[in-house]
Design a protein around this ligand. Structure first.
Ligand SMILES: Nc1ncnc2c1ncn2[C@@H]1O[C@H](COP(=O)(O)OP(=O)(O)OP(=O)(O)O)[C@@H](O)[C@H]1O
Ligand SMILES: [Mg+2]
Length: 290
């Protein structure tokens, strides 16, 4: 058995030491529990790594054969177009379309796994600038939808600039996509700084709360957590294109930044995303680039 001993001298009033007091505690159980926890953590880390490697290798290695299928399918169609019946052309087109779609799915899966495999260290970034860049990228879509985007004051936080850009690209992209027919999208982006105490969290970290609010078609609030799952989509694919990976990528990015993301929505009224990110990151974190 393992015993922990705490010893203290017994000192008399005149200052002489008359003995030693010892407290013996049997800590065998605690030591066993600690060892079990350590073994479990190691196992968990290993399986996590394996899963990540799998996602990366699978998506990466699947790209090449799929590219061949798509390219040779195209060639076949071009060569034989005159000899094919309408039915045969239809089948070939369906195959081609499915191949294309699979390419998009695989690319999105690769983007998802790259959040951890191709991460950059956290550096101070100006959120306002990042959002400005995203709005330039989305310029065409904003014009097409006659969208309005209002951006409030934004702080500087420690983060991976490319990933935060990806985060806003997905969120703003969604708000532009899922707008109500005949109602131009209005997107409101605001932020404020909150202390751990204000958020009922332990420690004394400063947090940046970001709210992205739209006036779009919304969704049933019972799906508020499920929308972050991989490949989860609520709306018709032919009307609203996409693979359902955007929010899963957003969640992974926020979690890598030690933050949180949640959604609230009312059908026919709009959707609000709330993101919490630490203003400063703990040292050494985020340096898990492989
Ligand atoms: N702002 C929003 N308003 C209404 N519904 C939304 C909004 N954002 C997300 N959703 C719903 O959540 C689903 C998941 O969103 P996500 O961004 O992951 O996928 P996507 O936009 O369909 O595809 P992708 O982002 O991969 O192109 C969407 O298909 C849609 O049904
Ligand atoms: Mg999306």
């Amino acid at each position: 058995r393992i015993v922990e001993v705490v010893k203290t001298p017994v000192i008399e009033e005149d200052g002489t030491v008359s003995g030693i007091l010892g407290i013996f505690t049997d800590i065998t159980e605690r030591k066993i529990a600690e060892a079990k926890l350590r073994a479990f953590t190691t196992k968990l880390e290993k399986s996590n790594r394996e899963l990540q490697d799998f996602a990366y290798i699978a998506s990466h290695d699947l790209q090449e054969p799929l590219r061949k299928i798509v390219v040779f399918g195209e060639r076949l169609r071009n060569r034989c177009i005159d000899k094919l019946t309408d039915d045969e052309k239809f089948y070939l087109d369906r195959m081609h379309e499915a191949g294309r779609r699979m390419q998009t799915l695989i690319n999105d899966l690769l983007t998802f796994s790259r959040v951890t495999t191709q991460a950059h260290p956290f550096v101070p970034i100006n959120l306002k600038n990042v959002i400005r860049e995203v709005l330039i990228d989305l310029e065409m879509r904003i014009e097409q939808t006659k969208g309005k985007i209002e951006v409030g004051d934004m702080p500087v936080i420690e983060a991976d600039q490319l990933q935060i850009r990806q985060l806003f690209q997905n969120l703003i992209g969604n708000s532009l996509k899922f707008h109500k027919l005949d109602v131009p999208p209005v997107i409101n982006i605001t932020s404020r700084i909150l202390s751990s105490a204000q958020l009922n969290k332990p420690g004394d970290t400063e947090w940046c709360e970001i709210i992205v609010k739209d006036n779009g078609i919304g969704f049933d609030p019972k799906y508020a957590e499920r929308v972050f799952q991989m490949f989860f989509r609520l709306h018709n694919r032919t009307t609203y294109e996409g693979t359902g990976m955007g929010l899963a990528i957003c969640k992974k990015i926020v979690e890598r930044h030690n933050g949180e993301i949640s959604a609230e929505s009312t059908p026919g009224v709009g959707t609000t995303f709330r993101i919490l990110l630490p203003v400063k990151q703990e040292r050494d974190e985020g340096e898990n680039t492989q």
